[in-house]
Design a protein around this ligand. Structure first.
Ligand code: ADP
Ligand code: MG
Length: 316
């Protein structure tokens, strides 16, 4: 199978709806977006053996390759429109491509997000998506808009993906519950939630590298500090039997959860609580934004929690 057969068989699904021109030319031509809207653009690259285990289910890899990008769109409050896909493959393995493209398109179709182009080459397994979304100019959920006194909210439950990764790396994968594995391999981008928060949240980020690290980015950009009330963090059920130190380290530093972390004015508490569960998971208030800088964490007795490790950093 050559490069162009591969594109035709697994990725070209005919004329795009959202673009004047999709796969097949030198560039895709996107139609104009709504007046007053902005195009939100994000890229995320998944490297085999680094972001996913090389023997992981290809359907899950296809899902996750797009999901991590849709999660970035969700964190901006953007509606997915389309994406491009750059692939390096060691060899054109048909069974793998079948699974990968199925996982990719199952998720893409759920959000009406079309594949508009890409690139395909031979090389160590590397998957890069650039996703495009649309958001009204004044409604984008940026990282730099948090204000002291804001409530700090998180969607869903934390720590499950990092727990599953730890188990798989320790070769305890056979006994790993399917639900725990799904947290790692099939993150659900909180797209509906992000759009619903457009006029309710002030600042937002998606949790890819761990709560404390990602909150730190939001705080730096907004020039504020934050206080986390540890007991109020919703823990993934897989953490329930672990000791306190592991629960704390997985929920505070564990990556790959792809939940939304956002801040909002106290006045919006009821409106946000009313969204809880309507667009997927429950929403929980886990702390507040304060003047100053840095992230503080307090335990049930009000004593500071110190972290054994930070969040994920590829070059640390
Ligand atoms: P060019 O050489 O002009 O960059 P290519 O020959 O690499 O174009 O690709 C041919 C067409 O197939 C282009 O429209 C490109 O966007 C599309 N394409 C290539 N790889 C992929 C892929 N993995 N998924 C979707 N479209 C792809
Ligand atoms: Mg060209």
């Amino acid at each position: 199978m050559g490069e162009f057969d591969l594109i035709a068989r697994f990725f070209d699904r005919g004329p795009a709806r959202v673009a004047e021109l999709g796969i097949g030319d030198d560039c895709a031509l996107l139609g104009s977006i709504a007046a007053g809207a902005r195009l939100a653009v994000t890229s995320d690259m998944l490297v085999g053996g680094r972001h996913f285990l090389l023997d992981a289910d290809p359907v899950g890899i296809g899902h996750k390759t797009l999901a991590v990008n849709l999660s970035d769109l969700a964190a901006m409050g953007a509606k997915p429109v389309g994406f491009t896909l750059a692939l390096a493959l060691p060899e054109p393995n048909e069974a793998w491509l079948q699974g990968f493209s199925r996982g990719l398109f199952e998720l893409a179709d759920r959000f009406g997000c079309e594949l508009l182009g890409g690139d395909t080459t031979r090389g160590p397994l590397n998957l890069c998506v650039t996703a495009f979304g649309e958001v009204p100019a004044q409604a984008a959920l940026r990282r730099d808009r948090a204000q002291p006194g804001d409530d700090l909210w998180v969607s869903g439950e934390l720590g499950g993906a990092a727990y599953a990764l730890g188990e798989l790396l320790a070769c305890a994968g056979q006994t790993l519950a399917q639900s725990a594995r799904e947290r790692l391999e099939r993150p659900e981008p909180r797209v509906g939630l992000g759009m619903a928060l457009r006029h309710l949240a002030r600042a937002a980020i998606d949790l890819s590298d761990g709560l404390v690290q990602d909150l730190g980015h939001l705080c730096d950009r907004s020039r504020v500090g934050a206080l986390i009330d540890w007991p109020s963090i919703p823990l993934d059920p897989a953490l329930s039997l672990l000791d306190l130190v592991r629960q704390q380290s997985l929920s505070l530093s564990g990556g790959d959860d792809y939940e939304l972390l956002f801040t909002a004015a106290r006045d919006n508490r009821q409106a946000i609580a009313a969204l809880s569960g309507r667009y997927g998971p429950a929403l929980t208030r886990i702390g507040r934004i304060e003047a100053g800088e840095g992230v503080r964490i307090l335990d049930a007795r009000g004593a500071p929690v110190t972290l054994p490790l930070g969040g994920f950093d590829h070059f640390a």
